[in-house]
Unconditional design. Sequence first.
Length: 595
Amino acid sequence: MPTYKAPVRDTLFVMNDVLGYERHSNLPGFGDAPPDVLEAILSEGARLTENVIQPTNRTGDIEGCVRQEDGSVTTPKGFREAFQEYRQGGWTGLAVPAEFGGQGLPYVVHTAVSEYMIAGNMSLMMYPGLTQGAIAAIVAHGSDEQKATWLPKMTNGSWTGTMNLTEPHCGTDLGLLRTKAVPAGDGTYRISGQKIFISAGEHDMADNIVHLVLARIEGAPEGTKGISLFVVPKFLLDASGNPGTRNGVACGSIEKKMGIHGNATCVMNYDGAVGTLLGEANGGLKAMFTMMNEARLGVGLQGLAIGEAAYQGAADYARERLQGRALSGPQEKDKPADPIIVHPDVRRILMTIRSVNEAGRALVLWTALQSDIAHRSADAKAREAADDLLGLMTPIVKGVLTDKGFEHAVMAQQVFGGHGYIEENGMSQLVRDARIAMIYEGANGIQALDLVGRKLPMHGGRAVQSFFKEVGEFCEENRADEKMAPFTKSLKKGLNDLQAATMWLMQNAMAKPDNAGAASTDYMHLFGLVALGYMWGRMVKTAHEKPGSEAEAFYENKLVTGRYFMERVMPETTTRLARISAGADTMMALPADAF
Ligand SMILES: Cc1cc2nc3c(=O)[nH]c(=O)nc-3n(C[C@H](O)[C@H](O)[C@H](O)COP(=O)(O)OP(=O)(O)OC[C@H]3O[C@@H](n4cnc5c(N)ncnc54)[C@H](O)[C@@H]3O)c2cc1C
């Protein structure tokens, strides 16, 4: 099994040096986690991951979840204990507002430490991960009574949450949804229908499960306009607020699936279950989006986390596995062969993953920081700008980092040769686990459409224009700096390609929407490359500014890795632009029956 070491030093570099974490100390919650506390939190999260969470990963994969005859679901050995330790450490409530029992710390801190835990065991971390999204939706849309009823126990992790959107005939197209809600006359509703693929829908790690369920109130309009969101607990609460009688919701079966075996993917049957409306009637999609936006960043983080775990496994293996001799002559003459890390093609794999991961970490944290500013700043202009960036970056973080996460897991598996294909070495699990992140929370094709169709034109293109301006100014300010020139030149070229692609879309997609659809995935990746390149620009600038010290090697490694990204990854913007400008005609030319 590959071992995992949480990259605390890298996180601190991004947070403190690149993003200027301390500059935001005036925002609520930031003062409670100054840099020394941030470091302590990350170190403790690293310890928990390495000693408690990661050791359950392989067992989870092998054992999987088991549905018992009575409909209960047993999680793999060690999950309950690891989750107990996680909740007792207060991790579930880290970023939840203090008034609901949380610690109210910055979301960016929660995001930073969650990367480690997800890398340790993605399946296990999905249970509290979904709970975070459910908490966010109740905080944003719940009545005072709903908040008081559900949030404290969800915050301390004794109850978990789920999101129930998908039905057998209704995945991406939620307008097709059939689950119905009938008013009971007492302010509650009776929910009936079937949901499928519900992550963490049933399990044995919490005393209650709070399902957030999309359903259509009887008589509501067809399509997405008639969808409402409901809180439906597994157990109804007794007079003192404790889990009492069983509600009319049960797990009918669990899916046998490619990966994330430790997370129960459930068919949930609702049969007159008691639920209360969350937010406004027919406003369910809007309310669910609060949950989904947070969840999308969390899924992007899964892509990064698995990519990092895969990288570490591959790097360790490449240093140890002896095969062949270096092209430049033997490196370790006393051994029968050199370690495979001497081979340029193995280096290509390691450097590619590493250079994207390091920028990916900066991108996720930068985006999470925008969420904090958007929700906590007293300055309306700052809130607006941060919210623009958050909206723009969410589909990019989700779509690009999860595509990369899977790609990286496969590339890292390649470093192991045949041994990567053998289960006991752990790389196969990473490949299988990473795959789902590209599919759920809106498949990546849908993220790309969200970017092109919604986020680009939003507020007359305000968000995208401000991103272009920020990156353009960065290039301009550093153009004359000799040390920065190789980086800014490549970044500027990428930005030019992105701006050309954006212009092409403006000119060609209005009259012919298929052009937007045909361009969307390439556009999302082109945007992602520029965003990652911008993160490298900022990291490299910071590394240059660090005075020579005993940590010099750390900064030198940053410069080399950043250079690799600019030389070998960034040039892909040219190909992406070429594909985008090819338009949809050829793509759409064959009749459906020719496929
Ligand atoms: C392990 C697992 C866990 C999950 N957890 C949850 C959960 O907790 N809660 C929940 O509600 N759901 C969950 N899901 C469901 C998941 O979110 C859906 O599978 C996903 O949204 C896609 O829906 P679908 O599978 O019906 O695919 P479809 O909607 O049928 O889409 C099939 C393909 O067509 C593409 N497509 C569809 N429409 C368009 C369009 N308009 N334009 C371009 N392309 C399009 C999609 O991108 C996709 O590639 C989970 C799924 C799995 C497998």
